[in-house]
Design a protein around this ligand. Structure first.
Ligand code: SAH
Length: 249
């Protein structure tokens, strides 16, 4: 083989919505196309992997690299590449520092979360999120960690609304209290579950009435170990325990 015969394979995943993938053809959105052309120096004949954020995963051959458009032909398609078996929702109390919530969001996507709910708790100091910014963080993390679903980001809501409106075969509230069981034990006792809902408090923790409301609504109080974790760490540790209990290989 001469060097020109070697097909360059793009190692980063690209994102294109389902509407951009039709009849075996992929058209990358403008920003993704520009990234491929200017940063990664992708060329006609190269291969790229594209995910649609809804579980679709495609390997495609690049047919055309234009200034603002990249078009490819699908050569292989799969479903749910990189997705965990369990549909996990983590509801985390809104935090004083936006950057900590952003860190949580990025890492939670990597660990396989399916839905993130910013919680308005009685001790939370903030009521809003920067939705656009968090969505960008989520898309970048989805591509980077090579999963194929873009998790949902809910609007901020109260603990009471969350408990009333969310499902979850397994429902857990992270709480460092005497009545709490280790999260691994709670997951083991719950047996096979398709979905999980995990509540994590803000810096100041949950008010006792919120823990009570969670219990009254079917949440098991769980412990994450002997150390008091920062809220965003607690959210990630709990998510990992839930996903790990239901690995799909
Ligand atoms: N000052 C608070 C601690 C808040 S830590 C208090 O004393 O209650 C933020 C959140 O992380 C908590 O509300 C809880 O949901 C979770 N968390 C932190 N460490 C934990 C642990 N060891 N076990 C269970 N939950 C924990």
């Amino acid at each position: 083989m001469t060097p020109t015969d070697v097909t360059h394979v793009m190692t980063t995943n690209f994102y294109a919505p389902p509407s951009a993938i039709r009849a075996g053809r992929v058209v990358l959105p403008e920003d993704e196309a520009r990234h491929l052309r200017t940063v990664l120096r992708g060329e006609q004949g190269d291969e790229m992997t594209v995910v649609d954020g809804h579980g679709g995963w495609y390997r495609a051959r690049i047919d055309h690299v234009g200034d603002e458009q990249v078009v490819g032909t699908v050569v292989e398609r799969r479903r749910n590449v990189g997705e965990p078996a369990i549909d996990a929702t983590v509801a985390l109390g809104l935090l004083k520092k936006r950057t900590r919530f952003e860190t949580f969001v990025e890492k939670a996507v990597e660990l396989g979360v399916r839905r993130i709910v910013p919680l308005r708790t009685s001790r939370a100091e903030r009521a809003s999120i920067r939705e656009e910014r968090l969505r960008n963080v989520m898309v970048a993390a989805m591509k980077q960690c090579r999963r194929s679903r873009l998790p949902a980001l809910a609007a901020p809501q109260s603990t009471a609304d969350l408990l009333a409106e969310s499902g979850g075969d397994v429902r857990l509230v992270c709480h460092a209290g005497d009545a709490s069981v280790p999260i691994q034990r709670a997951m083991g006792q719950a047996g096979p579950a398709a979905s999980a809902l995990v509540l994590v408090g803000p810096e100041g923790g949950f008010a006792p009435s919120e823990v009570e409301a969670a219990r009254a609504n079917g949440c098991t109080p769980v412990s994450l170990g002997p150390r008091r974790l920062r809220a965003e760490t607690a959210g990630l540790a709990a998510l990992h325990a839930v996903v790990d209990a239901h690995q799909n290989g």
